[in-house]
Design a protein around this ligand. Sequence first.
Ligand SMILES: [Zn+2]
Length: 372
Amino acid sequence: MSPLSLRGESRWRLRAALISVALTVCAVAAPVLAPRGDAPAPPPAVAEQVSAPHHPAAAGDRSVPPARRAVSRPWVRSVLVVSIDGLNPDAITALGPSQAPHLHRLIAEGAATLNARTEFESTQTLPNHTGMVTGRPVSTDIGGHGVTFNEDNGGTVRATAGEKVRSAFSAVHRAGGRTALFASKPKFDFLDRSWPTAIDKYRMEPDNKRLTRLVLRDLRRQRRTFRFVHFSAPDTAGHASSYMSADYLEAVRKTDHRLGRLMGAIDETRRLRRHLLLVVTSDHGGLGTSHADATRRYNYTMPFFVWGRGIEGADLYDLNPQYADPGASRPDYAGAQPIRNGMVANLVTQLLSLKAVPGSRFNTAQDVRVFD
Ligand SMILES: [Zn+2]
């Protein structure tokens, strides 16, 4: 072999090695550099759906870009959101671990805060639940959902906002997942009417105890990617007997027990224990017999908990320095933001490794850390 041909071979080897390195760098960098949401494969959320075989590329772990690993986990295939209507966080403190063991378990084991915020504009039920499922503020001037009213007006969110409004239900449904809404006030018909296709199952049952049984049956028997459950009892007692009264605290205690039954089902069912995360929050707090004044601290302050596999007890604000504990204040949408109930929609999409809800405004970066 002549020196010339040796040099030639070396050059070829060098070039091959450089190409190989370059390809490796591209392969590693591509998912990071690609715009968010450009995950090549559908999310692991779809993998649980036996009824969604038309997603051959579902690849579990590998379908999640590295940037998302910080805020989601490949095993998360289902999210259960529980909204406890009118949950003043002082009630959790007043009842203590002996009277509200499950809410206290969420604090001990979950990513948690007792100092989250409602929508800036409203501390009423329908505006805040619409915010939770759409990830939008109220005011249409800033891209909000426009639902300023608190009773079902027979219309839809789209008609109210004057534009198509997507929700977490839409996002999950479009990805091939199955959804359900379990509510205990008739005004939730408004949300069901707004996303008739994306909400696969809707049950409105005012009796909170019976509603709990419906949810338990669904958790145990159905494979579902996203469930939203609404418990009305504390709010009902608050209006009837005053928030923080003995009757109100008793309603929170019972709701804690019902929440505990759902958590028990998650503990006992391998599929749920391994693949489901629980989010618990509220639409508003309250004191006296009303919670209508959005400028009152006791109305705009509510808890926010995320609990399940891979999450360890931590304060949500400690985990998320990009959000600021508002203290006693009521931040508007400029400047440092608190954890808000309106972040639910894109916490759901984030945890399921789905793109953010189109048109949403809260947690569009999908960067809320709940895992250590
Ligand atoms: Zn109320």
